[in-house]
Design a protein around this ligand. Structure first.
Ligand code: BES
Ligand code: MN
Ligand code: ZN
Length: 490
């Protein structure tokens, strides 16, 4: 989508849609007052007839018939208290107001950098539709192709920068959505690794791809155990964005299970049918690293994704097997469906030892238990670092994504003790997302670390708020905000 800033008058701008927000049906903004007058003062009657109460997100649409230059007028209800939230609401509504119209002129409730960025994110994200596998007439026509943000001077450098930021975040979020939505027969481990490599190389980033042989040489037995039942080779990809003068180094690690059947502890069909989403952590990682590089953030950002399927082939790993982690600890396998923590454990150890970052952050669709605890619109955040938790929570608020800090309860740690090996990889019946996090913690050593369990919000059965059905790209916006804030600390 092409988004332009313009100071043209809402009455005079040519577009398919003119979109404007209002917090009230009686007290109108100057712009809406002008538009209403141009339209012959019909809004009050229309609203009454249509039951429009200016409720958040509510919208009415009417033909302009030449009374303003745009073809259609769309009025959107907004809260009127939070300018950025209102910019998002109006922009998102613009993308949903029609499936045929191609251009929209949007009156920003408030014109400032934060609103421009929010509007750009909501426009590009709202126009997202996954149609790669539809053919002929069934292929989605694609919604808005261009948008104008009214009242924003295109020569204003801060606004232009905000437009770039919003565009990059939304495009990288949409990329993550595409990767999750792609079917697992095509988006297999090798394909996922190739996407990260190709996109990173386009930006001139350093890429290293490790295949099965290399993982064997390193001794990543936990990662390889998960891969045993699959006919497709695993991949670990490392991408490095290292801007000159960076004083901080953050490594993102992503769970890239392109399909999780559960392995021999096989999932029932109803739990399996969405398991192409089990690489959403890798997708978020890819989105964050690419966005950081495109925005030229002054922080070194590394991305490592561990890609494999979890299948039931003849060589599949079994409950009772014991494998040695890259870290040297032996792990007794309890349930082959708890595969993500095994892949992550070895990736985290590798990142800790080979990259020695100041901070490691993993994204993973790790546990159903996290969804039981927090619902499916909110991710779990685990870290021992209070300051980091606070900063990430701040970033998530600005990014409009929901996280909740979860405890790393020591009481549960003994549930990972094994009678025959150093560790079991699954704890007891309760606190499943916490014991999963405690297992990961065994492999991070002294490196500051945060684990984000995005099992719920990364994939939705139905659209919710601004998030589409299917892959949502959850985590990208917050990760970028966090890195921006970290870079601004100097
Ligand atoms: N990929 C799943 C977790 C998941 C569930 C993600 C639902 C998205 C939606 C993970 O590998 C898994 O199967 N976890 C098990 C762990 C259990 C066997 C200890 C779970 O949560 O049931
Ligand atoms: Mn699983
Ligand atoms: Zn899984």
């Amino acid at each position: 989508m092409k988004i332009q800033l313009t100071t043209d008058s809402p009455l005079a701008l040519e577009a398919d849609l003119l979109v404007i927000g209002t917090a009230s049906t009686t007290k109108l903004s100057d712009d809406l007052e002008k538009i209403d007058r141009a339209m012959g003062g019909t809004l009050a009657e229309l609203w009454k007839d249509e039951g429009f109460e200016a409720k958040n997100g509510q919208r009415v649409k009417l033909p302009a018939r030449g009374r303003v230059k745009a073809k259609w007028l769309v009025v959107v209800g907004i809260g009127g208290k939070d300018a950025v939230a209102d910019a998002r609401t109006v922009a998102h509504a613009a993308t949903k107001a029609s499936s045929r119209q191609k251009s929209a002129a949007i009156v920003l409730p408030t014109v400032d950098a934060a609103s421009v960025r929010a509007a750009a994110e909501a426009l590009i994200g709202g126009a997202y539709e996954y149609g790669d596998y539809k053919t002929g007439d069934r292929k989605p026509k694609g919604g808005l192709k261009s948008a104008f943000l009214l009242g924003a001077d295109k020569k204003d450098r801060a606004l232009k920068q905000a437009l770039t930021e919003g565009t990059v975040v939304a495009e990288c979020t949409n990329l993550a959505r595409d990767l999750v939505n792609a079917p697992p027969n095509d988006m297999h481990p090798i394909a996922l690794a190739d996407v990260f490599r190709t996109e990173a190389e386009k930006l001139g980033l350093k890429v290293t791809v490790f295949g099965k042989k290399e993982l064997e040489k390193k001794g990543m037995e936990l990662f390889l155990a998960v891969n045993r039942g699959s006919a497709i080779e695993p991949r670990m990809v490392h991408v490095a964005y290292e801007p000159e003068g960076a004083t901080k180094k953050v490594a993102f690690v992503g769970k890239g299970l392109t399909f999780d059947s559960g392995g021999l502890c096989i999932k029932p069909p109803k739990s399996m049918d969405t398991m192409k989403c089990d690489m959403a952590g890798a997708a978020a990682t890819i989105g964050i690293v690419l966005a950081a590089a495109r925005l030229k953030l002054p922080v070194a950002v590394h991305g490592v994704i561990g890609c494999t399927e979890n299948m039931t082939g003849a060589a599949a790993y079994r409950p009772g097997d014991v494998f040695k982690s890259l870290d040297g600890k032996t792990v007794e396998i309890i349930n082959t469906d708890a595969e993500g923590r095994l892949v992550l454990a070895d990736c985290l150890s590798w990142v800790r030892d080979e990259l020695a970052p100041d901070l490691m952050i993993d994204h993973a669709t790790l546990t159903g238990a996290c969804m039981v605890a927090l619902g499916n619109y909110r991710a779990g955040l685990f870290t021992a670092d209070d300051d980091l938790a606070t900063k990430y929570a701040k970033a998530s608020e600005v990014a409009d994504e929901k996280f909740w800090r979860m405890p790393l309860d020591e009481d549960l740690r003994s549930s990972l003790d094994s009678t025959i090996a150093d560790l079991k990889h699954v704890g007891g019946a309760y606190g499943g997302s916490i014991t999963a996090a405690l297992f990961l913690r065994e492999f991070v050593g002294k490196t500051p670390w945060m684990h984000l369990d995005i099992a719920g919000p990364s994939f939705l059965e139905g659209a919710h708020g601004r998030a589409p059905r299917g892959g949502t790209g959850f985590g990208v916006a917050t990760g970028v905000r966090f890195l921006e804030a970290l870079g601004a600390e100097g």
